[in-house]
Design a protein around this ligand. Structure first.
Ligand code: ADP
Ligand code: SF4
Length: 717
């Protein structure tokens, strides 16, 4: 239900483009009102009860930036839902309430609603710390193909006592969530977790009233919703988060699909439907393989079946696309996870008519890799994500200098552009010199490769902002040497000259080894410089992230016959961390690229590439015209060292400060270069060398009684 906007609301929207004002309608969700349609859906942050202040500040900044609802990530309701070593939050007992209350209060300070995603993972929670056998409807394990997720313990089948126990844990956790002050309480029936497992016949073989026909399979979710509502006592709304991808593909005798059936059977029981895809790779699709709004074909029907408001995601960053979702009756609330990480102030920028200043998510999924790494979230576009409390970095506010100093930035890749922008916002006079004809460094090249167009936003956002500032001068076609830098007489010099790919081989010690010499041995830098490669090409990858796979696809699209080989067990092995790997395989297959794994490249004589099996030493030859090495990068640090020599013996007061930032310091992913540039620019003002503040739990967890069905000790309520 949409709440009538008030006069004050009209005043608040005076700067907003008329066509976007609909996004600022308040929305009634059960007993609470969301102040607008911007809904930060639950998403993993890598922040747990171990770092409550980091978590509160991370969520608070989104509320400050105008997200009308700000949610937690998954919050476990019981030790039988234990995701360790992946980070997860919990509401297992009263000792956990205070750390959540800290975040709730922070969200409330800005007039937003706080939502909690209560979670039981069932068979998909491996319980590595609690050591409880995972719970499941029918003892069917999650057959994960990635080592990080393999559990090596089959779940046990839940009996009626267990079902009652889980429903009671949800009830108890809801009570705690209400004490913490949450406004919206979730029941989770998605992403292969317990509620979803009851819905899916692949997991649910039960013969009792919880299995078989759809009306039985929804029973567990219905009971979870009813328990949540009973515990909430009208003080908070009840939301259902549900995955509909597989269900939408299942025919049903009574409904258009089983997804239609589930939504029809539960239609108005929750106060809010939060609808999504089935697994992280499809739900949080990388921009390389999924467009904005890609969920729509699966979730487009939900509003036709329920009267309750519907929220969904789709990596929405364009206000026009958001408005279209609302106007066409697909969604009532615009869900954002990554969009809210990349720009916590996205709603505020739309409200004040500054949509072109949005720091758009590039869909790289480094944020998801952070969770897989087990650490607080990192973002390529927003270096302040996760650093709000521990470094006191705000995404939009900067400490400014009173007497402006001059900063010369040499190189305009992600590191140089970020340093320039942050320094300019702090009041410095900034000059950027770029050797190339255009700005952007590696991003300028890489965003022209297959699937990486959205990555160009790293460059576009920063250049757009820099071009609007009066204290910034941008010079392309300006390769500087150390004499020119000295003559420039800046107060600070940032060397951001990036790195280059080398032709090192890979050794069986898992180290780069000797250089592969010879004609027609190339690296991506040669393609960047305009080299045309033809014929049959072997791409050899021990970088293991995206670029070798992308180059293979690029060369295949240029008409080359491509073999991709790697010492790793999988193509683009690290892209498992960013949810991209399944699609890497699909796109390489579509481009007819031959994938060869566990191979060491021994030699290339100009006609034949000689490889051998990494483990069995079995020789393998391929007749190829060229080899492309994508293995290691080296810093372009000659200029930096020349500059240090230039100033040798000159006392600190008579020379500029000189710092290397980004790839020239340590070649890495774009996220590292942006962070490096940001950290450098902030340090120009703060001068502090402290790494960060260390967070601590608010209250140590008390010993917790596990009301496990094995013990049969369920507290009646
Ligand atoms: P990072 O990822 O660290 O930002 P990039 O490789 O993306 O690094 O960008 C480095 C940029 O520095 C490139 O655009 C390159 O043309 C530029 N560059 C390198 N040497 C010089 C120089 N001497 N003067 C000006 N620009 C330079
Ligand atoms: Fe978007 Fe990448 Fe930032 Fe994640 S890390 S929010 S995908 S820009």
């Amino acid at each position: 239900m949409i709440v009538e906007p008030s006069n004050t609301q009209e005043q608040r929207l005076s700067g907003c483009a008329p066509q976007h004002q609909i996004l600022f309608d308040p929305v009634q969700i059960g007993p609470v009102i969301a102040p607008n349609r911007f809904y930060q859906v639950p998403h993993a942050s890598g922040m747990t009860e171990a770092n409550p202040r980091v978590r509160a500040a991370f969520r608070e900044v989104k509320a400050e930036g105008g997200w009308g609802v700000v949610s937690t990530g998954a919050v476990s309701i019981h030790p039988s839902s234990d995701d360790s070593p992946l980070p997860f939050a919990r509401l297992w007992n009263d000792a956990d309430i205070r750390s959540h209350a800290l975040a709730v209060d922070a969200i409330h300070r800005h007039g937003s609603l706080a939502a909690v995603e209560l979670w039981h993972g069932g068979a998909a929670a491996m319980n590595r710390t609690s050591r409880l056998p995972p719970l499941s409807p029918s003892g069917i394990p999650w057959a994960a193909t990635h080592i990080g997720f393999m559990g090596q313990q089959r779940p046990r089948t839940m009996d009626h006592h267990d079902i009652k126990a889980v429903v009671d844990w949800q009830y108890q956790a809801t009570k705690r969530a209400i004490s913490a002050g949450f406004d919206i309480i979730y029941v989770y029936a998605g992403m292969g977790y317990l509620g979803h497992q009851f819905l899916l016949p692949e997991y649910n073989y039960r013969q009792d009233e919880y299995g078989g026909p759809l009306v039985n399979r929804v029973r567990f979710v219905r009971e979870m919703l009813e328990a949540t509502r009973a515990a909430a006592e009208g003080k908070a709304a009840v939301a259902l988060r549900i995955s509909l991808e597989l269900l939408r593909g299942k025919p049903s005798p009574d409904y258009e699909s089983e997804a239609h059936g589930v939504v029809s059977l539960l239609a108005d029981i929750p106060d809010l439907w939060d609808v999504k895809m089935d697994s992280s790779p499809t739900d949080c699709g990388a921009s390389r393989f999924r467009a904005e709004g890609a969920h729509e074909p699966i979730i487009d029907f939900v509003k036709t079946v329920t009267q309750k408001p519907v929220v969904g995601v789709g990596r929405f960053t364009s206000p026009d696309a958001m408005v279209s979702q609302v106007r066409r009756g697909v969604l009532d609330l615009i869900g954002g996870a990554r969009a809210s990480i990349a720009d916590p102030f996205l709603p505020e920028k739309i409200r004040t008519g500054r949509s072109s200043d949005i720091r758009e998510c590039i869909g790289c999924n480094i944020c998801i890799a952070s969770w897989h790494d087990g650490v607080p979230v990192r973002c390529t576009q927003n270096a302040t994500a996760g650093e709000e409390w521990r470094k006191d970095w705000h995404p939009e506010r900067f400490r400014t200098v009173t007497s402006p100093k001059h900063l010369l930035v040499v190189g305009s890749g992600p590191a140089g552009l970020e340093a320039a922008l942050v320094a300019a916002k702090q009041g410095f006079e900034v000059t950027v010199a770029e050797a190339d004809r255009d700005f952007g460094g590696r991003v300028l090249f890489e965003s022209g490769l297959p699937g990486l167009a959205a990555w160009g936003r790293v460059r576009d956002y920063r250049l757009n902002a820099l071009r609007q500032m009066g204290n910034v001068a941008l010079y392309p076609d300006s390769a500087l040497d150390s004499d020119q830098i000295q003559a420039f007489d800046a107060d600070h010099v940032a060397i951001a000259t990036g790195s280059r790919w080398t032709k090192h081989r890979y050794s069986s010690l898992e180290l780069p080894s000797t250089v592969l010499e010879g004609a027609r041995v190339y690296t991506p830098d040669d393609v960047k410089a305009g080299q045309v490669i033809q014929g049959r090409v072997l791409v050899y990858d021990f970088d293991n992230y995206y670029l070798a796979g992308v180059m293979a696809e690029y060369l295949a699209k240029q008409g080359c016959d491509v073999i991709y080989a790697t010492p790793a067990g999988n193509a683009s092995a690290w892209t498992f961390m960013t949810n991209e790997q399944p699609f890497v395989y699909q796109s390489l297959a579509a481009a007819s690229v031959d994938i060869r794994t566990a191979l060491e490249l021994v030699d290339f004589d100009g006609q034949t590439a000689h490889l051998k099996g990494l483990f069995d030493q079995k020789p393998e030859q391929h007749s190829v015209d060229a080899v492309m090495m994508v293995g290691m990068r080296q810093p372009n640090d000659a200029l930096y060292h020349a500059l240090l020599n230039q100033y040798e013996g000159v006392d600190a007061g008579s020379r500029p400060s000189i710092r290397r930032i980004g790839d020239v310091l340590a070649p890495g992913a774009i996220v590292h270069a942006v962070y490096s540039g940001h950290e450098f620019a902030r340090s120009l003002v703060s001068g502090e060398q402290d790494l960060y503040l260390r967070d601590e739990p608010i209250a140590s967890a008390e010993p917790i009684a596990v009301f496990d069905a094995l013990s049969g000790e369920l507290e009646p309520r």
